[in-house]
Design a protein around this ligand. Structure first.
Ligand code: SF4
Ligand code: SF4
Length: 385
């Protein structure tokens, strides 16, 4: 007896993918060249050919519940070799950008981050909050901000206590919101990609984290090998910058409040290991970001970057740049510019952190979970070693 399967394509999803950078998806004629050339494609769950047809058919839930979307590292080997110019690398990037919106909680935040017209408003929120901190902390005496020479006292303009409250309070809220989206994502993975019984959660977690920290998969790309160096520098630079901020709070504020003799009055002097870590991390972020930006902009770039790619890349690069400039201006003793640059730096830092689950920054969470899932159900089995 024959059975009939009725497909109900989600037309709005197809339209959204096209808008997010996947406008070529209809060109695909299923030759599978892309799955053959992709060095990251899995033996049992090859991609991206199957995901191309799922995109054409508007199979939204199946695509969003497919971990292969996140096993793709956007190297563009497939795009370069596609005989139809269907740009499978960009289509997968568009599906990932859609996922940030789809799983967003609250939903309007996902839409706001995906819309370039919302950028001024999104920037205005941390800008106004930080302006409030600045105005509230100086008790009406703002003359020191406009000096051309002299000491740059960042903590006088933006007191540590207020920044910590914004950082800790904001992050707690954002992580709670992110957890809602990530739980939905995990549920989708289990429903649409059941897999087999694998090594279990803990070994899969360790293997996934090791793979992410070492950036092993970036080395398997052919067309965009430079991304290994650029992404590694940016990733570790950002981790180092966050660690610097954490150490600075611990050694300058917590130890001082405890009356410990090991507290640091000013962490600005170079022999100080915290400052060295900060400087090295800042240089790594600027250098890594520069490599990624230049290569993406170059005429022979194998793929096209979407708004979500550029927004994240420029934000994180400017965070590194303004952080280093603040340090230099502080050393040089130029308050008027030093405070202004530090203000911009803080606005960008809070933009990145507060909107992390809704921007491309969220790929850290989604990719990690997808990798853990794929390894735990034994479907992350690379075709090429
Ligand atoms: S995306 Fe291109 S290479 Fe891949 S199956 Fe379609 S036509 Fe072939
Ligand atoms: S962009 Fe690279 S990793 Fe992603 S599917 Fe294409 S070849 Fe594979």
């Amino acid at each position: 007896m024959s059975t009939t399967t009725v497909m109900k394509p989600d037309l709005e999803f197809i339209r959204d993918l096209k808008k997010a950078g996947g406008d070529t998806l209809k060109k695909c004629y299923q030759c599978a060249t892309c799955s053959v050339v992709c060095n990251l494609s899995s033996k049992d769950h090859p991609f991206p050919r199957k995901q191309m047809v799922m995109s054409q058919w508007g199979m939204k839930d199946q695509l969003l519940g497919d971990p292969s979307i996140w096993m793709c590292h956007q190297c563009m080997d497939c795009t370069k070799n596609c005989p139809r110019d269907a740009k499978p690398g960009e289509v997968l990037g568009a599906v990932r950008a859609y996922a940030f919106q789809h799983f967003a909680f609250p939903a309007f935040m996902g839409k706001a981050l995906a819309n370039r017209n919302s950028l001024p408003v999104l920037l205005l929120i941390p800008a106004m909050v930080l302006l409030g901190v600045l105005l509230g902390g100086s008790s009406g005496d703002w003359g020191y901000l406009f000096q051309f020479t002299g000491e740059v006292e960042l903590a006088r303009a933006f007191p540590h206590g207020a920044l910590e409250m914004l950082f800790i309070g904001g992050n707690l809220l954002i992580f709670a919101f992110a957890a809602v989206g990530l739980m939905r994502f995990w549920k989708g993975l289990k429903a649409f990609t059941p897999g087999k019984s694998g090594p279990g959660f803990i070994p899969a977690f360790i293997a996934a984290i090791t793979e992410l920290l070492t950036h092993k998969k970036f080395n398997d790309c052919e067309e965009t090998k430079h991304r290994y160096l650029g992404h590694t520098l940016m990733f570790w630079g950002f981790i180092g910058a966050m660690a610097t901020a954490g150490f600075a709070v611990f050694f300058t504020i917590i130890l001082e409040s405890m009356g410990s003799p090991f507290y640091l009055h000013s962490p600005i002097d170079l022999p100080n290991p915290i400052k060295i870590l900060g400087v090295v991390s800042g240089i790594a972020m600027i250098w890594g970001g520069w490599i990624l930006i230049q290569k993406r902009k170059s005429e022979d770039a194998p793929g096209v970057s979407s708004y979500s790619d550029w927004q994240f890349l420029y934000m994180i690069w400017f965070v590194g740049l303004t952080g280093m400039l603040t340090y230099i201006l502080r050393l040089a003793g130029i308050p008027i510019v030093g405070y202004a640059v530090y203000y911009v730096h803080l606005v960008l830092v809070f933009f990145l952190l507060w909107y992390a689950p809704y921007s491309k920054f969220g790929h850290m969470f989604y990719r990690t979970l997808a990798l853990i899932y794929a390894k735990s159900v034994a479907i992350d089995n690379p075709r090429k070693k």
